[in-house]
Each structure stands twice: as structure tokens, then as C-alpha cells.
Design a protein around this ligand. Structure first.
Ligand SMILES: Nc1ncnc2c1ncn2[C@@H]1O[C@H](COP(=O)(O)OP(=O)(O)OP(=O)(O)O)[C@@H](O)[C@H]1O
Length: 342
């Protein structure tokens, strides 16, 4: 079980041979990742996500600030010291990074060879790892003989070989189709739950955050613009960046274009009901409207699960005479969080 903390981390990349200021890739980033947590770092291209990951595993050196993995401060270590720390940090990649001239078993074995494990022990460990990721029957296969999902499972087995406390995942599902992506996310969930490994994943897909993460850091322009429990960030995003990401992964209120289409098709009043938890009493909502003699149809949105809790926004068309609708909306506002769409 390993906690990871970044405190006031800054990374500037000098521009050698150029008369320009260094690129400020990471700007005063602090993240506290609890032991056993799945923490997502999300942001648009260029936000600084990859740099943060490379700073954690020591592929880049911090310009300022401090990074600790468990008890070990990893910022400021030299290459020799880092070699001792790296077995504790597994890493998986978007394009899997498997060695094409080696079999699946040899790819998984590779970090154990580097770590100096005796041959007999290595074979047993490789078997165990392949069984964990469900690829026992592919031990002798080569990279070209595997599907994308299988390649990533090999990547995961290899990353787990040295028993790391932390797994770093760099866009691990971005190259996979949606179904395979869900399978890999399910495997990562097992890595976390069964092995207690802390996972730090970077992604530009909010659906990955929703599926897997406990907490999320939203980055923009090298800075942290929002941070918190996944459900909180999904249900009450504070920054523009988080709001835009949330809108990509959740049924929300209709956007301007959808709204004009809805208006063209539906003449009644439009009202959005916001679901932020299981606490919302759906039958009560419909009963409240029916009792006021108002007809209802669902015209947009839906509900989904975020962090095991219900969340979503459903837009209803209310049909009936104006006064009844006015009363119905007032009554609805007493039993649910609503937004009248004008
Ligand atoms: N080695 C480097 N030298 C100079 N600038 C760099 C270097 N690495 C990253 N940068 C710059 O730092 C900023 C952050 O890059 P980074 O790759 O961390 O972003 P990202 O959020 O991971 O984006 P992407 O999703 O496209 O990988 C960018 O402006 C990038 O051009």
C-alpha cells in the first residue's frame, strides 16, 4: 500500500539554443494520492499530464517541489538511486511498448531479469502473472499474434512483475475499442482491489474517470484547476475545464443546438430534473406532476452511475394549460432539484 504526494511541483523545460523562455509544463502542482486509491489526472492535450507521470517515475527531474512515493522522496534522486526505486512503480502505456522479438512470457519476465531474480523463481512468477491477467494460453505468442486488449494485458502483467505499490497508466485504454477498453478497465479495478495497488492514470477521456477512478485532478495549462472525489467533480464541476469534460461523459441538460431541435419538436414547457444521488424519489416526481393534471414526456438526458451513485439530468416536456404547468413546476421544485429551460 503506497501513498504518493506531489507538493508544489514545478517543471520548466529550457529551450536549448533558443532565445525564448523555458516552457512551463507543470506549474505548482500539489496532489495527495492515498494508499490504495485510483487517482485520475485529466486534461486536454498539453495540460501537463504526461510530464507529471514522468516526474513521478523519475524520467524527468522536478525544477521545484517534492514528490514522495511511500516513505521515499523520489524527486532529486540520481539515476543510480532511481534504479532502486523504479521496481516499486509499474507503468503501462497507450501503445503497450512490448518487445516484438520476445514472447509474451519473455516480455513479462523482462523486469524480473533486470531485478536479478533467479531463473527458477522467474518462471513461477511469470505463470502467476499470466494467470492473473487471463493469458496463460498465450505465453509463447508474439506481439503480432495478439489483439490490442491482449497486448495491454501483457503490459499490465509486466508492470506488476516486480510487485509495485503504484501503477502508473498513461492513456492505457485510448488505443482500444470501447468494449476492449472496458475489459482493461475491469482488470485495472482488480489490480487495485485484489492487490491493493495505488493507481495513477492519465487520460483525456472522462468516461475512463467515471468507470474507474475514486478521485480526480483536472489540469489545464500546467496547473491544477480542480481536484476531488469523482462523484463531487461530476455532479458539481467548478471549473470550465471540468464542466466541459463532464458534459462529454454524462447525460446533462441539452446544449444550444439540441435545445433548438427540442423546441422545434416539443411545444410544451421544458424542465430539467437533476439527479445527484439515489435519494431522489423518481415515483414522487411523476406523481407530483400527475396530481397537478400535467402530462409528461421525457425528451432528453438520462441517469448513470458515477462512483456507485446515481447521477444525471433528465429533461421533461410538461404538457397542459399554462397555470397548471406553473403550479406543477413550483411543486416539482419542492421535491427535486430542477432547472427550468427557457
Ligand atoms: N521535453 C520537453 N521539452 C519541451 N517542452 C516539453 C517537453 N515535454 C513536454 N513539453 C511541453 O510541456 C507541456 C505539457 O506537455 P505534456 O506532454 O505533459 O502534456 P499532456 O497533458 O500529457 O498532453 P498529451 O495528452 O498531448 O500528451 C506542453 O506544452 C509540451 O509541449
Amino acid at each position: 500500500m503506497t501513498r504518493v504526494t506531489l507538493t508544489g511541483v514545478v517543471k520548466r523545460f529550457p529551450q536549448p539554443g533558443r532565445d525564448t523562455a523555458p516552457v512551463l509544463a507543470v506549474d505548482d502542482v500539489s496532489i495527495d494520492i492515498a494508499s490504495g486509491e485510483i487517482h485520475a489526472i485529466i486534461g486536454y492535450s498539453g495540460a501537463g499530464k504526461s510530464t507529471v507521470l514522468r516526474l513521478i517515475n523519475g524520467l524527468e527531474q522536478v525544477t521545484e517541489g517534492r514528490i514522495a512515493v511511500g516513505e521515499q522522496v523520489v524527486s532529486g534522486l540520481d539515476e543510480r538511486q532511481l534504479r532502486r526505486v523504479r521496481p516499486g512503480l509499474g507503468m503501462i502505456f497507450q501503445h503497450f511498448n512490448l518487445l516484438h522479438s520476445r514472447t509474451v512470457a519473455q516480455n513479462v519476465e523482462y523486469p524480473l531479469v533486470v531485478a536479478g531474480m533467479p531463473k527458477a523463481e522467474r518462471a513461477a512468477r511469470v505463470d502467476e502473472l499470466l494467470a492473473f491477467v487471463g493469458l496463460e494460453d498465450k505465453a509463447g505468442a508474439y506481439r503480432e499474434q495478439l489483439s490490442g486488449g491482449q497486448k495491454q494485458r501483457v503490459g499490465i502483467a509486466r508492470a506488476l512483475a516486480t510487485n509495485p505499490g503504484v501503477l502508473l497508466a498513461d492513456e492505457a485504454t485510448s488505443a482500444l475499442d470501447p468494449e476492449t477498453s472496458l475489459e482493461v478497465l475491469a482488470l485495472l479495478r482488480r489490480v487495485n482491489q485484489e492487490l491493493g495497488i495505488t493507481i495513477i492514470l492519465i487520460t483525456h477521456e472522462m468516461s475512463v474517470v467515471r468507470e474507474l477512478a475514486h478521485r480526480v485532478t483536472v489540469m489545464d495549462g500546467g496547473r491544477v484547476v480542480e481536484q476531488g472525489d469523482v462523484f463531487e467533480v461530476f455532479s458539481r464541476p467548478q471549473s470550465d475545464t471540468a464542466r466541459r469534460f463532464v458534459a462529454t461523459a454524462l447525460p446533462t441538460r441539452p446544449g444550444p443546438e439540441q435545445l433548438s431541435e427540442l423546441r422545434a419538436r416539443h411545444r410544451g414547457a421544458l424542465v430539467s430534473v437533476i439527479f445527484r444521488d439515489e435519494g431522489v424519489d423518481q415515483p414522487l416526481i411523476f406523481r407530483t406532476l400527475a396530481e397537478r393534471g400535467v402530462g409528461v414526456s421525457i425528451v432528453h438526458g438520462g441517469v448513470t452511475e458515477v462512483g456507485g451513485r446515481l447521477f444525471g439530468q433528465v429533461t421533461l416536456e410538461l404538457i397542459g394549460d399554462e397555470l397548471r404547468i406553473e403550479h406543477a413546476i413550483a411543486a416539482l421544485g419542492q421535491v427535486a432539484e430542477i432547472e427550468v429551460i427557457h
